[in-house]
Write a protein that binds this ligand. Structure first.
Ligand SMILES: Nc1nc2c(c(=O)[nH]1)N[C@H]1C(S)=C(S)[C@@H](COP(=O)(O)OP(=O)(O)OC[C@H]3O[C@@H](n4cnc5c(=O)[nH]c(N)nc54)[C@H](O)[C@@H]3O)O[C@H]1N2
Ligand SMILES: Nc1nc2c(c(=O)[nH]1)N[C@H]1C(S)=C(S)[C@@H](COP(=O)(O)OP(=O)(O)OC[C@H]3O[C@@H](n4cnc5c(=O)[nH]c(N)nc54)[C@H](O)[C@@H]3O)O[C@H]1N2
Ligand code: SF4
Ligand SMILES: [Mo]
Length: 741
């Protein structure tokens, strides 16, 4: 007899959200593989999923709070850690005000229901305008463009990959990244199926990526020029009479305005800037228009550039003008079982989105979706005056490596009066903290994806219970957030997080359910924290049992019960316009004024010269941003932090394969190992992000063996897409030369 048990767990490491099958023996994970029966991912897994075992067992992963005393971190009890925060935070807030505090939240929080649903409570308790997140290193342009067009920040049009005939991908490498703002496990399998039924995959990327390698066609593009290519494609649709709105014809505003706005963007006008011939631009447009069902998808390469919002917008303009928006095989909207704003409230109309409700103190950058650009953080800490940041909370983020001009930020963090990090590692960012509060390992936590079902290739509801018990006394992260919120509100560190949660839930229920609040509270008896939030969201959601009024509908218990059989499939994406729209007009806004205005900036720029050597990023299957280089199963193998250089550039610049080169951008520089590769477009160098694990005082013993170079030590924190506040991470001018030995 063995004591082996089998568990099913959704992987929390990337947006693909694969269902895993995890075997445990005597409290130890003995195997991790894809869960074949999973209704959504059907057994797909990547090497990172397997690394959950290493993550769980990593001796460097923090298990107890740390308090820095006289410059040295000491292990502390949770009570001691909270007491330290209570000793230091409230006096600081009393003296300098709420805007002297700040909070920054990172990527892993998008994968943790406790962090995602409770983070806002800390931000509200602090009452600060200084809220930052990795969103402005990533997808804010897509969210803003989608919000302006469809009325909500998470109403993102998704390629219907299982039924499409033509998929045009720009600035994304889903074969490696496993998809982003598009939850699509096993992209390779789905792309193969598309090709097997006669469909076509076309990739536009300055690097011949892994995705480009399996595509039917690949075109190099000069970084930061997608806006020009896309505008020229829209221009061509009008010029050649190819515009057809299809089923959404009655629900679109602004077609004529778009036609006028792109009038000067002829293929000839943009060809040189894009590095794509006018003929190719026309052919691409005609193919897209002629395909029975087609979709355009663009991701981080098009977001993290100077025209991120414009490029993101034009992608959906193309989807709309080719009749592919909201039709099967085109670009559709998911209908999430819980938490989606585009399933709540009155169908078909809403408040839309606005930006600039407040502005960053130093740069004046507008607030977007409640946040200020993360690249404003360093200057907001450094610059004296009312509202200077003096106390910072970091939650699951490592901006010293992941945000441009990381070294400047690292210096700024040292000048803070107080810093608290909720994080599972002592790393490049958290080493600057005064207190570090660790979260549980993913295997010790329950899981339900809050955001990604809103971005999924197929509708579904899946839940995973914890695989292993947490250590006694280890709070869940939502409880930690509530405690911090209570301290910030002067309620004291000794307050019971569960009692506080009950009280806040009762208030929320009153607000949301009015006369039915008592019944909702009674129906959720015995649940607490995010479990209770989830139960309410599922039952009141679009498939929910409406607290008994639709007895066949979903409840938390039903979703939980489906865990072993791979979750509940809710079917293919369906057309949802006009019901999902939340714009004030009740229409798709094809020509938001702020975007038309910003297009003038692009028009001006088209007259200028593009730099002749620029840098872009890269992802690798065995990495996850900055924080998984410490896991042996992923860290082994060839060194991945290399600068890819086209052979012609290498010859011109005197760079040799395997040797070190110095890369300069403005006053900043890094040294990286050169790898000469025909994958690169001439004039473009690629260096991955998330490396640079040589900081003194971090505790990442495996990662430190091969630290790599930090591309974000090179990038400029002042370069942003002005509309979304997103950082510019690619297409940045560099110079490069062989490093002196
Ligand atoms: N140059 C360049 N820079 C980039 C990018 C790029 O393409 N090029 N990509 C950008 C993108 S898309 C993103 S999303 C950002 C990501 O940037 P960040 O949001 O800063 O994410 P990571 O660098 O992955 O750091 C994650 C942090 O969370 C911690 N962590 C992991 N799991 C948990 C947990 O369960 N609980 C807690 N409390 N902490 C946890 C890790 O230890 C680590 O400190 O990087 C961006 N930076
Ligand atoms: N293995 C792995 N998977 C990950 C991550 C990871 O770090 N490692 N990170 C996760 C995160 S947080 C995110 S946001 C997603 C991102 O997922 P993706 O968007 O697929 O990210 P990348 O793989 O970086 O692909 C971006 C592509 O854009 C190209 N590019 C750069 N500049 C330009 C440009 O100006 N125009 C065009 N057209 N292309 C350009 C790059 O060459 C690259 O191939 O990946 C997620 N998945
Ligand atoms: S692709 Fe890999 S990291 Fe992403 S969810 Fe699936 S197993 Fe996890
Ligand atoms: Mo990201």
């Amino acid at each position: 007899m063995t004591d082996t048990t089998t568990h099913h767990r959704i992987c929390p490491l990337c947006e693909a959200c694969c269902g895993l099958e995890i075997k445990v023996q005597s409290g130890k994970v003995i195997s991790i593989r894809g869960h074949e029966a999973d209704v959504f991912s059907a057994g797909y897994i990547c090497p990172k999923g397997v690394a959950l075992k290493d993550l769980h067992e990593d001796p460097d992963r923090l298990r107890t709070p740390l308090i820095k005393r006289n410059g040295v971190f000491e292990e502390a009890s949770w009570d001691e850690a909270y007491a330290e925060i209570e000793r230091r935070l409230p006096p600081l807030m009393a003296q300098h005000g709420r805007n002297a505090t700040a909070v920054v939240v990172g990527n892993p929080s998008a994968h943790k229901i406790g962090l995602l649903t409770y983070f806002g409570k800390l931000a509200r308790a602090l009452g600060t305008k200084n809220v930052f997140s990795a969103s402005t290193l990533d997808q804010m342009p897509k969210q803003l463009a989608s919000g302006l067009m469809f009325g909500h920040w998470l109403s993102v049009a998704l390629p219907d990959i299982s039924r499409t005939d033509y998929l045009l991908v720009l600035g994304a490498n889903p074969l490696v990244s496993n998809g982003s703002m598009w939850t699509v496990p096993d992209f390779r399998g789905k792309a193969k199926a598309l090709q097997a039924r006669g469909g076509k995959l076309v990739v536009i990327d300055p690097r011949r990526t892994e995705t480009a390698a399996v595509a039917d066609a690949h075109h190099f593009i000069r970084p930061n020029s997608d806006v020009f290519l896309l505008a020229a494609m829209v221009h061509t649709l009008f010029a050649e009479g190819l515009v057809q709105l299809g089923t959404v014809a009655d629900w679109v505003n602004g077609v004529t305005e778009v036609q006028q706005a792109v009038a000067s963007f002829t293929p000839e006008a943009v060809a040189a800037r894009c590095g794509i011939s006018a003929d190719t631009i026309r052919t691409l447009t005609r193919e897209l228009a002629a395909a029975p069902r087609a979709a355009v998808y663009a991701r981080i390469g098009t977001c993290t550039q100077e025209y991120g919002t414009l490029a993101s917008w034009l992608v959906d303009v193309l989807n709309t003008l080719t009749g592919n928006l909201d039709r099967a095989g085109g670009a559709l909207f998911a209908k999430s079982a819980a938490f989606a704003s585009n399933t709540a409230g009155k169908p078909g109309v809403g408040k839309g989105v606005t930006t600039g409700r407040h502005h960053a103190r130093v740069s004046g950058a507008p607030e977007v979706y409640g946040e200020l650009p993360i690249t404003c953080m360093a200057e907001e800490i450094e610059t004296p005056g009312e509202g200077q940041i003096r106390a910072l909370f970091t939650v699951a983020t490592n901006p010293v490596l992941s945000s441009p001009n990381g070294p400047r930020l690292a210096k700024a963090l040292d000048t803070l009066d107080f810093m608290v990090s909720m994080d599972i590692y002592l790393n490049e960012t958290t080493r600057h903290a005064d207190v570090i509060l660790p979260g549980v390992s993913p295997l010790e936590d329950f899981h339900y994806d809050v955001a990604f079902p809103q971005l999924s290739w197929r509708n579904h509801a899946r839940y995973s219970p914890p695989v292993l018990p947490a250590a006694p006394g280890q709070p869940e992260e939502w409880q930690t957030l509530l405690k911090l919120a209570a301290i910030a509100q002067g309620k004291g560190a000794s307050i019971d997080a569960n009692a506080l949660d009950d009280a806040q839930f009762a208030e929320d229920a009153q607000r949301l359910f009015g006369a039915h609040a008592e019944a909702v509270i009674a129906a959720t008896q015995g649940l607490k924290g995010p479990q209770r939030t989830l139960e309410v969201a599922l039952r009141s959601g679009p498939y929910g049992d409406q607290f008994g009024r639709k007895p066949d509908g979903l409840t938390l218990a039903k979703v939980q019960a489906s865990n072993a059989t791979g979750g509940i499939d809710l079917g293919e994406l369906q057309p949802r316009i006009p019901e999902m729209l939340r714009t004030p007009s009740g229409k798709v806004e094809l020509a938001p004024p702020s975007l038309l205005q910003d297009l003038q900036r692009a028009k001006q720029d088209l007259r200028g010269l593009a730099p002749d050597l620029v840098i872009i990023g890269r992802r690798d299957v065995r990495t996850n941003n900055s924080w998984m280089h410490n896991l042996p199963v992923l860290a082994k193998g060839p060194f991945r932090c290399t600068a890819l250089v086209n052979p012609a550039d290498a010859t011109r610049l005197g760079l040799t394969d395997g040797a070190l080169a110095t890369i300069h951008s403005g006053p900043r520089s890094v040294r990286a190992q050169v790898h000469v590769s025909t994958e690169m477009m001439p004039g473009v160098v690629s260096l991955p992000h998330g490396w640079g694990h040589d900081a003194h005082g971090a505790q990442l013993r495996v990662a430190a063996e091969r630290p790599g170079a930090n591309i974000n030590a090179l990038l400029d924190d002042q370069l942003r897409d002005p509309l979304s506040g997103n950082a510019v991470l690619g297409g940045v001018a560099i110079t490069m030369q062989a490093a002196a030995a």
